[in-house]
Design a protein around this ligand. Sequence first.
Ligand code: UDX
Length: 456
Amino acid sequence: MEMEKEHRSSHPRLVLVPLRFQGHINPMLQLGSILHSKGFSITVLHTAFNSPIPSNYPEFGFVSIPDNLSEQLISADDLLPFISLLNLNCGVPFQECLAKMVQKQEVENEPSIACIVYDECMYFCDAVAKYVKLPSIVLRTTSASTYLSRNAILQLKAEGVLTSQGSTSQDLVPGLHPLRFKDLPVSKIGTPEIFLQFITNIYKTRTSSAIIWNTNDVLEQPSLQEIQKQCQVGIFPVGPLHEVAPASSSSLIKEDNSCITWLEKQKQNTVLYVSLGSVASVDKKELGETACGLANSKQPFLWVIRPGSVDDQEWKKLLTEGFVEAVGENGCIVKWAPQKEVLAHGAVGGFWTHCGWNSTLESISKGVPMMCKPCFGDQRVNARHVSQVWRIGIQLENMCERGEVERAIKRLMVDKEGKEMRQRAKNLKERIQLDIREGGSSYNYLNKLIELIMSF
Ligand code: UDX
């Protein structure tokens, strides 16, 4: 015990700066938990809206900084201009806050700050870190393949091969197998300039000392090797972070645990879990087709309908049309689920996902095959890898239509094809589990990362 204390006090403090969305807060807090378990003191600097819940992490310090942005829910359509504003607004308060922390640490003899670890979208941190003469490290929360495909967009646009609206072509993108032009994460939001500026900002090599990546060699070794060739600083693929981190919840929405009780009553591998993450929304036609496809499939399902992700009136209409009664005991609907626990449950045999990177990693690490319906951005890249590289899922290519949904559910949950995908998913899960244990590449990278931080 004494040794543990000594070990802890000899380690410095890390300041973590997450982006204020669920898909970004989760990996940052998981990384914080991992580094805390290795003895570091952790302080999370966050903006007020969507702030993490401190009581879930009593061992961390939390400090709020103003971002002067309205506290509204941000839809996918507003994301890029919003991130740009966030970066403009946060630099000064962040710098003031750091200065106070340094002062306090001197007066109160607290552990000194070793470095700042910031989400790739909070790129203002780089300049501040440089100004206050602290080292910084970037955390990349999307896949390595997403990085390569976004870089390819810059190049293809410069060569005039790709227009600002992207492409619907099925042709493969040279050098990015198995991505087709239509899979490239081109944003149709705002002007092309906003998107190009966004990519340049998050991927620009600045003064950071290293890059932590929430992925690993088992999943993305070729992409990671390619990136390492292009990067001047070390890359540390230490993921999947949620598997390495001690279990804890970083959910911003209250999880409805009643679905676990419902899962307990279902047979092994029979339930399709349906969730589109924390940002994507579904239009009225898709909502109706999804509901009918699920009901017609006769497969048990657990469906997360996040408040704000569907039109309220349409949802009420669906309820009065008797959807819930028609489904009966076969379906369970919640506003937000304890997703990692759901995916670990033996009753869950498939995941209908939008392929956000966290959901993709969480499904892979629990050996659950996927039915992919990407909505925007990096999700198309992830979906393509699920279906074509790891071959642990199928992709819904067209508009969501009830017949297509029903057929896809059958392919994944009942047919031989689905069983083979489940087997491959289980094999991949085992390889991931080995990779995060002693001797695995993720494990080794984590140790190297700690050595690097201790050398600052
Ligand atoms: C966003 C982007 O949309 C995504 O494309 C990018 O890869 C990451 O940032 P989001 O859409 O929220 O993320 O998806 P995802 O990355 O899957 O993250 C969602 C998180 O919410 C997951 O960690 C998941 O476990 C959690 N979740 C989701 C719940 O805890 N309960 C739910 O009911 C649904």
